[in-house]
Design a protein around this ligand. Structure first.
Ligand SMILES: Cc1ncc(COP(=O)(O)O)c(C=O)c1O
Length: 409
């Protein structure tokens, strides 16, 4: 008999990283840290080294790791009912949809699982609305999107990506998208015509480096889409659910889109939960059999999602993002000219451009990792900071101190 394979518990970080190489597809290039446990804003690796998580799963962990209210909701639901499929009703879905619609000021919810699925679903709903309600001739609907977008990885979504790494080798692509520069209302206006079903943008472009559009841009998109008779679809999968100091980032300009796409933090860092939320006029176009997902709206997801909505209903996390966001901004401002070339920040979310001579974003991230702070680079010499909204002022100050040390020593 051959010896049983060694379990993960007995293998060290280096060995585990090496073990991934031949068996895991190489579609990621993670930092060389192997996380084994986590609580709040902290993670611990296999050897017991602790790191402050300043990435929070790209905002999927807005409430930190294993928030007690969220794990309790999950445990309770695990002991009762986990999956029905939408072939049957389940007793958790109605209140999840009601409370999410109320939280986001919308009327209807289409529950899905991953962010990319929410985007795909939003695209399908917008196209269907264009044919059924707006009267666009069959198969002629267009959707206007922004350059440097990041909306996910499906074939249709990468069809309108402007990132060659995301696209190259994956064609043929889905037609029907027009790409215009971000933050350029005139270009958007020129691209919109009678075939336009929707404009689809991120209110803040996360993956592009936390790019915040000029004041008035989002309100301008709202005005333009209303005038043109097309939908405004806001992808708030990363920017939404407290990250920027508001429940939705569009609230900074008092804008109400027709459709909002949510994901990441909606699953509380426990299960993938996403949703398309919007008006009854738009989401009401779907009829039985036209769209679906076996796991979308499952009772475990609905229970965790409801607990997430309950946390956001208190306003505490939006407030923390605003208050601690000021600390983050102040700390980064002090580093400008001392290793930081510039930064963009809103709430507890920042894209920081590091002096290129000091290293790539990846190298800076690795140096921070060795000092016990986890971040991730985006492009070039830009790193992204998005700590859990539960992070304390002290922890944040510590991370900023570590960043200063890495950039100035
Ligand atoms: C704005 C935005 N949309 C969509 C997605 C895709 O989400 P997922 O990775 O859950 O498919 C992401 C992921 O980073 C995102 O940031």
């Amino acid at each position: 008999m051959t010896a049983p394979a060694r379990t993960a518990r007995t293998r060290g970080s280096e060995e585990l990283i090496r073990a991934e190489e031949p068996v895991l597809a190489h579609n990621y290039h993670p930092l060389p840290v192997v996380v084994a446990r986590a609580e709040g804003a902290w993670v611990e690796d296999v050897e017991g080294r602790r790191y402050l998580d300043m990435l929070a799963g790209y905002s999927a962990l807005n409430f930190g790791h294993r928030h007690p209210a969220l794990t309790e909701a999950a445990h309770r639901q695990l002991d009762r009912l986990t999956l029905t499929s939408r072939a049957f009703h389940n007793d958790r879905l109605a209140s999840f949809a009601e409370r999410l619609a109320t939280l986001t000021g919308t009327e209807m919810v289409l529950p899905m699982n991953t962010g990319a699925e929410a985007v795909e679903s939003g695209i399908k709903v917008a196209r269907k609305w264009a044919y059924d309600v707006k009267g666009v001739p069959a198969d002629r609907a267009t959707i206007v999107v922004a350059a440097d977008n990041f909306h996910g990885r499906t074939t249709t979504i990468v069809s309108f990506s402007t990132d060659e790494t995301a696209r190259s080798g994956f064609g043929p692509f889905t037609p029907g998208f027009r790409v215009v520069p971000y933050n350029d209302l005139a270009a958007m206006e020129a691209a919109v015509d009678e075939t336009t079903a929707a404009v689809l943008i991120e209110p803040i472009q996360g993956e592009a480096g936390v790019l915040i559009p000029d004041p008035g841009y989002l309100a301008g998109v709202r005005e333009l889409t209303r005038r043109a008779g097309c939908l405004f679809v806001a992808d708030e999968i990363q920017s939404g659910l407290g990250r920027t100091g508001r429940t939705l980032a569009v609230e900074h300009e008092s804008v109400v889109p027709d459709v909002v796409l949510l994901g990441k933090a909606l699953g509380g860092g426990i299960v993938p939960v996403s949703a398309v939320v919007g008006s009854r006029e738009v989401l009401g176009v779907l009829r039985p059999g036209e769209h679906g997902s076996t796991f979308g709206g499952n009772p475990l997801a609905a229970a965790v999602g409801t607990a997430v909505v309950e946390l956001l209903e208190t306003g505490e996390f939006q407030r923390r993002a605003t208050e601690l966001g000021a600390v983050l901004r102040e700390g980064l401002t002090a580093l400008v000219g001392r290793g930081v070339v510039g930064f963009r920040a809103r709430g507890l979310w920042a894209g920081v451009d590091v002096e290129p001579a000091l290293g790539t974003g990846r190298e800076i991230s690795e140096r921070l990792m060795r000092e016990g702070v986890l971040v991730k680079d985006t492009h070039g010499s830009t790193i992204r900071l998005a700590p859990p909204l539960t992070v304390t002022g002290e922890e944040l100050a510590g991370a900023l101190g570590t960043l200063e040390k890495v950039l100035t020593s």
